[in-house]
Design a protein around this ligand. Structure first.
Ligand code: HEM
Length: 237
């Protein structure tokens, strides 16, 4: 869906005669459906709580091996953790896990059934467009013309983020219920490895979020507002 305001501009042509020319003075495109925005922001809050409480849980046993005699892997500061202690953090983690899961399932289902997934899903068709975008962002080369809501690099990042979201839930279930989901833990190399995967997936998501925030800042206010209202003002395509 798109809307534009067309204004008639009066200007003199080369011959000096006054002439009326239609010009598009404002353009906005409806890019983010309501459900996508709702899930995006609830999921962002849930992820924040999941990471904070997850790190508090990790603080209770900050190691991935038998405790004796090796050192703790990482001393995560208490100030950057949520829940106060192990039991509290588990409550936060498991409560927000349902919110994180529900928004994830709602988002993915909506994308599939509405067909909106085409805007986000990275496919083979997008592969040739990745390198020119990388060259633009990292080597200051010319920006390739944009024809869709998301460029190939964005699609690649968003598709990866969604896959990481799924992996965070699967590894989490394997760690939470290793008996009931023993087959899941087995697929991940056992409970011990499932825990390591769960931790690694968290850092990968945080890495995505960091890149995502840098991009949002670089791409300006209109992009940010579009994720709040749905409408993107003056898109480049
Ligand atoms: C404060 C944190 C965040 C901000 C400010 C933010 C902002 C945005 C904005 C502005 C867009 C639209 C980009 C565009 O129109 O070109 C977007 C899309 C997206 N963001 Fe975020 N985001 C945040 C956190 C997250 C988190 C935590 C995740 C998941 C781990 C995430 C995943 C996504 C995905 C998958 C899309 C594409 C959605 C779609 O169109 O279906 N974002 N975000």
């Amino acid at each position: 869906m798109s809307g534009s305001v067309v204004e008639i501009i009066r200007a003199k042509n080369a011959g000096g005669e006054e002439q009326e020319t239609p010009a598009v003075v404002a353009r906005a495109v409806y890019e983010h459906p309501y459900i996508v925005r709702l899930c995006h922001w609830i999921n962002t809050v849930a992820l924040f709580v999941m990471v904070g409480s997850g790190l508090q849980i990790f603080r209770a046993f900050p190691s991935f091996g038998a405790k004796i005699p090796q050192e703790d892997l990482l001393h995560w500061p208490r100030a950057f953790a949520i829940g106060g202690w192990l039991g509290g953090a588990l409550q936060w983690h498991l409560t927000f896990m349902w919110i994180y899961l529900a928004t994830g399932v709602l988002y993915v289902s909506y994308q599939i059934f509405s067909g909106n997934y085409r805007q986000v899903l990275f496919t083979r068709r997008d592969i040739p467009g990745v390198w020119p975008m990388v060259k633009h962002y990292f080597f200051f080369k010319e920006k390739p013309p944009q024809r869709e809501a998301y460029n190939p690099l964005q699609k690649q990042a968003y598709t990866t983020a969604i896959i990481l979201g799924v992996l965070s839930v699967l590894t989490g279930f394997a760690v939470w219920k290793p008996v009931q989901f023993s087959w899941l833990a087995w697929m991940m190399g056992g409970f011990h490895y499932a825990r390591i995967w769960h931790f690694a997936v968290m850092w990968a998501i945080l890495f995505f979020v960091l890149g995502h925030l840098v991009m949002v800042i670089l791409h300006g206010w209109n992009n940010f507002v579009s994720m709040l209202t749905g409408w993107k003002k003056d898109p480049e395509y």
